[in-house]
Ligand binder design. Sequence first.
Ligand code: HEM
Length: 318
Amino acid sequence: TLTTTRAMSNPQVQAIAGPLTSTATFLVLTVQPGGEAAVADVLGSVSDLSKNVAIRDAGAGLSVTVGIGARVWDAVTGLSRPSELHEFKELRGATHTAPSTPGDLLFHIRAERRDLVYEFERILLDKLGAAVTVEDETTGFRYFDARDLLGFIDGTANPIGQALDASVIIAEEDDAHAARGSYVTTQKYLHNLKSWGKLKTEDQEAVIGRTKIDNVELADQADADQKPHKQLATIVDENGVEHDILRDNMPFGAPGKGEYGTYFIGYSRRLWVTEEMLRRMFIGVPEGKHDRILDFSTAVTGSVFFVPCAEVLDSIGS
Ligand code: HEM
C-alpha cells in the first residue's frame, strides 16, 4: 500500500483521501518515446520507494498518489483503458481559456514535513532518469487555516465519510477494470493579487459565495448577473442528485518573483463531473457569464490522469 492511515484502513486504494498536509508537491512528467518499459518498472515499485522514505518519520504521514495519463496508459500499463480516460479538453470561453497541457504522469506527494516530500521526489526522479521529462513541479503549502491566496478557506464543501468514497472511488459496477481507482484533474492557476486586492471584501465574497473571515455560505442570489464560484461548481444531475469531487488544492508562491497561485487538484469517481464544473466556470451559466474567480486567476496548465488502486499500481511493470 502507499502508506498513511487512510490507506491502512483500505489497502486497495491509493492514499487519495489522505488528509490535507502542511506541504505537497505536484509533479507532472511526460514519458519519452521508448521510456515506457522503464517507467512501468518504476511505477510498480513506487509503493516500496515511498515506504523507504516514510519510515524515516512515520508521524509525518508521507503519502504518494500516482496518476497515469491517456497518451501513455496502454503502453505503460498494458491494461484496458478506464472508460472515461482521455486527455484534458481545452475549454475556450468568451473571456477565459482553460488550456490543455502535456502530462503523462502525476505524482501528488504529501507530508507534514517538506524534507520527506523532497527526498521521495529526488529518489523517484533519479530512478526515472532519462525516461521522463519534467513538465511542471509545484510545491504548495498550507496557508493559515487552509486558505487560498485570495484569502478564503478552500476545501470546506469537500465530501467526508461515506460520501467521500461515493464521490471519489470507482465502484465495480461502474467500470470493473478501473474499480477502486479514481480520475484526477489538475490545473495550475496564477493569481493577480493586485487587482483582487482592489475589490472590497463584500465583492470578493460575492465572487466566491462565502464570507471571508468566518467562511459562511451566502444565499444564492437569483438575480445575480454572474453566479458565484460556489454555485457554478455545484453539479446537480437530472434526477436532482448532487455530484461532488474531492479537492486538495494548495497555495504556492514566490513573492520575490511576483508569483502567487493555487494548484487545483480534483479527484472524481466520474470524470464528467469535474469537466462539467470546468465548463460552467469557463463557458459560463448562461453561456458568456463565466466564473469571476477567473478574472483574477489564469489557468496555465490542464491535465487529466487515472489513479489506479494500489494493487493495480503494484502490478505494473515486471
Ligand atoms: C469551492 C477556491 C478552482 C470546484 C471553492 C471555495 C473556494 C474555492 C474558496 C469555497 C470553499 C469550499 O467549499 O471549498 C478556488 C480557487 C480556485 C478554484 C482559488 C482556482 C483559482 C476550482 C475548480 C473547480 C472547483 C477548477 C472544479 C473544476 C469547487 C467546488 C467547490 C468549490 C466543487 C464546492 C462548491 C460547493 O458545493 O459549495 N473553491 N477554487 N474549484 N470549488 Fe473551487
